[in-house]
Design a protein around this ligand. Sequence first.
Ligand code: NDP
Ligand SMILES: CC(C)CCC[C@@H](C)[C@H]1CC=C2C3=C(CC[C@@]21C)[C@@]1(C)CC[C@H](O)C(C)(C)[C@@H]1CC3
Length: 418
Amino acid sequence: MAPPQGPRAPLEFGGPLGAAALMLLLPATMFHLLLAARSGPARLLGPPPYLPGLEMLWSPWALFLCLAWLGLQAALYLLPARKVAEGQELKDKRRLLYPINGFQALVLTALLVGLGVLARLPLGALPEMLLPLAFSATLIAFVGSLLLYLKALVAPASALAPGGNSGNPVYDFFLGRELNPRICSFDFKYFCELRPGLIGWVLINLALLMQEAELRGSPSLAMWLVNGFQLLYVGDALWHEEAVLTTMDIIHDGFGFMLAFGDLAWVPFTYSLQAQFLLYHPQPLGLPGASVICLINAVGYYIFRGANSQKNTFRKNPSDPRVADLETIPTATGRQLLVSGWWGMVRHPNYLGDLIMALAWSLPCGVSHLLPYFYLLYFTALLVHREARDEQQCLQKYGLAWHEYCRRVPYRIMPYVY
Ligand SMILES: NC(=O)C1=CN([C@@H]2O[C@H](COP(=O)(O)OP(=O)(O)OC[C@H]3O[C@@H](n4cnc5c(N)ncnc54)[C@H](OP(=O)(O)O)[C@@H]3O)[C@@H](O)[C@H]2O)C=CC1
Ligand SMILES: CC(C)CCC[C@@H](C)[C@H]1CC=C2C3=C(CC[C@@]21C)[C@@]1(C)CC[C@H](O)C(C)(C)[C@@H]1CC3
């Protein structure tokens, strides 16, 4: 068994107690949202409309569907890739290899689903199964994290995540002990981060759109917008798959319950909340309103993509002509920090773009209910917390240079506000 690592990283998420509370609170919130979306009052706050019995949650058929979905995505992951990318350097100086074929997986899944629909696959029946599917996904995330935790107990110390090896089993189970758990070249965290959950999310959205068409003759404009915006977001993530290799989830966080549940259950079943809400609460939306919402999404996407691409291009090759003229601050590590362009506006311009898009995803649901704005509220909290974690990590990495960056670029996410 690997001994806990040298100097212990400070505990995050409120330590073991916070981790235990989140393990209960996150699934409970997800089920609350699923139940509220289909209830008449659709209340975000307040008690759930009813408490589902085990017979409403547990279904062997739903478990089979979830496992089949994971199996399909794993098979697509193993197909030959257009590119194999190198990850960041690890503590033992190695670099892991990652297949770049996520967008191919999305296209092949779309083809398979299209063929299925032509062969009368009842995709419109999926919305009725969301509760048992979410329950099975949670079960899979729980059992999967347990197996990963046990695997990590025999992993070498160099394979452990900086934050997930405190020695407290609850905390480590939640955050994940091992940084890059793999069997041969199959990387569990990288696989789960982008494929089953994100592609599952757009599939659920599509099923909700088809069900709406069945119920009301055609999908509403609001449902088209939500589907279109979120498909763009998922397509973009898979097209720029290589960029995920520099996110804190891949570089810093272990693969434990937080990411397993987040990737496999939370993303597909709560990120599709707007489409769920629209199926049960149709909203009128005219062309002028839709055009304004499209503009908001386009502005958000422009900032999000511009900022992420600028940083990725700069990190890959600082002399690339697209970024070579930008002003930078040198750091003791030899790396530089951008202080002009998007990254001179605020310290996390990509978060700002993401939040503007989150607003555009909720607006088609009207303003009569708070429920479809849950994603915007949750996402603001997630990004504010994530920004604080990243700030801590950057301060450790870059010391005085980071202080200088903060002095030159005082706002974190929103200029003149935060
Ligand atoms: N939809 C969702 O649920 C979620 C979406 N996201 C999105 O994922 C994307 C990635 O987010 P995340 O991984 O949190 O963070 P970022 O992509 O913002 O990466 C932060 C890192 O960027 C580098 N960096 C910071 N400032 C500068 C600078 N001025 N110049 C150069 N490099 C800099 C640092 O790493 P280094 O110096 O080591 O390169 C820092 O650790 C974002 O667009 C976010 O909105 C994130 C979480 C959830
Ligand atoms: C359940 C908890 C509250 C926490 C779980 C958080 C996870 C759901 C998110 C952590 C980082 C994520 C990212 C994306 C999805 C959500 C999770 C897994 C991301 C794949 C979405 C698409 C983006 O384009 C991205 C930049 C690739 C994102 C990377 C981070």
